[in-house]
Design a protein around this ligand. Structure first.
Ligand SMILES: [Zn+2]
Length: 347
């Protein structure tokens, strides 16, 4: 058992990380593969779990030539493709799922997926219909998109598709509470909502290891966005409830293997600080709405850096998730103002 000297601090058991495309052993049966990404968040951690008969791969990386070459190197050197038993994709975001279809057909393995995350990946690969694009843009206009932002949004649809490989034909469905026999033993599926619709985390009780995907990142808080197809939803509440659920299941001394950043110990402290951070933001949003505000009026309050075409979707989603939370609690009202924009005012 790892002791934490100060219960309010995270403890990082590894002082070095693998180089891009290389593996580092983090426990008797788990390898850490650092996969480079062609975006501002420049890497994702993938996990390879070894058992007596083979390996399970957790998450895939984005569909780039670089990532495919890294996988080919691994299959040519470290593990023969024949030794890979299972693939599990935690959630739909392209750094996690982009190569799921490619890996699945290269290895002839149906990946484990939750239903909602699988459905979302299929939507990305299939592209959006004109009707879906129009209703999505209708939402973003109410959130303050101008013509230029709309054009940039249309370009992003194509970009998302290009970072995803071929369709996953069949999956092995996983659900909350499932006990999965991955290569080295039993892993319990814990579903987290809010960051994406049905994000799978995995807990191995025997070894006290938690593969958290994007749920409990050590230094950054994952984006919690309102989905344009359900503009009145309250994902922030689902997210906070999910974090509390993790806290009730995972002990504070579990080794957390996150998708970005270094493995650490101190899950409860991290959960408390993520939740506190959201409540601080909610308070400051509420204090600012002394007169009606549009979505973009709140950007300077919520984000340190200038919002640009790359961060706009995330900024709108995150701002709306805090606003919808306050609307659901009856603290503020949401209406459409004379310019056709969402307007929020105190009740
Ligand atoms: Zn994610």
């Amino acid at each position: 058992m790892i002791k934490i000297a100060d219960k309010n601090k995270l403890f990082y058991p590894f002082d070095k990380r693998p180089k891009d495309g290389e593996l580092l052993k983090v426990s008797q049966s788990i390898y850490w593969l650092r996969m480079p990404l062609p975006i501002a968040l420049n890497h994702i951690n993938l996990w390879l779990i070894e058992g007596d008969h083979g390996f399970t791969i957790i998450d895939s990386g984005m569909s780039t030539d670089e990532a495919k070459n890294i996988w080919r190197n691994i299959f040519n050197g470290f593990i023969s493709p024949k030794k890979i038993e299972k693939i599990l994709i935690t959630h739909m975001h392209l750094d996690h799922s982009g190569l799921a279809g490619w890996l699945s057909s290269e290895l002839d393995i149906d990946p484990h997926f939750t239903q909602k995350e699988y459905n979302e990946t299929q939507k990305i690969i299939g592209g959006m219909s004109d009707e879906q694009i129009n209703s999505t843009l209708d939402y973003y206009r109410k959130c303050g998109y101008d013509k230029k932002s709309e054009d940039q949004f249309r370009e992003r649809i194509g970009l998302r598709k290009s970072l995803s490989s071929n369709q996953v034909e069949e999956i092995i469905l996983i659900k909350d509470g499932d006990a999965l026999n991955l290569s080295d033993g039993e892993w319990r599926v814990i579903i987290v909502e809010g960051h994406s619709p049905e994000h799978a985390c995995l807990y191995n009780e025997e070894n006290n290891v938690f593969i958290c995907g994007d749920a409990l990142l050590p230094r950054i808080t994952p984006n919690v966005s309102v989905n344009p197809i359900s503009p009145d939803s309250n994902p922030l509440e689902s997210w906070i409830e999910s974090l509390e659920k993790i806290k009730s299941v995972i002990p504070n001394d579990a080794l957390i293997l996150p998708s970005h950043g270094y493995p650490y110990v101190g899950a409860h402290h991290r959960i408390d600080s993520i939740i506190e951070n959201h409540f601080r933001k909610l308070e400051s949003v509420l204090e600012t709405i002394t007169e009606p505000k549009n979505v973009t009026d709140l950007f300077p309050l919520l984000f340190k850096s200038e919002i640009n075409e790359h961060t706009r979707v995330l900024a709108v989603g995150e701002t709306m998730s805090h606003l919808n939370f306050l609307v659901s609690k009856g603290e503020i009202n949401k209406t459409i103002d004379k310019n056709g924009l969402y307007s929020f005012s105190k009740n």
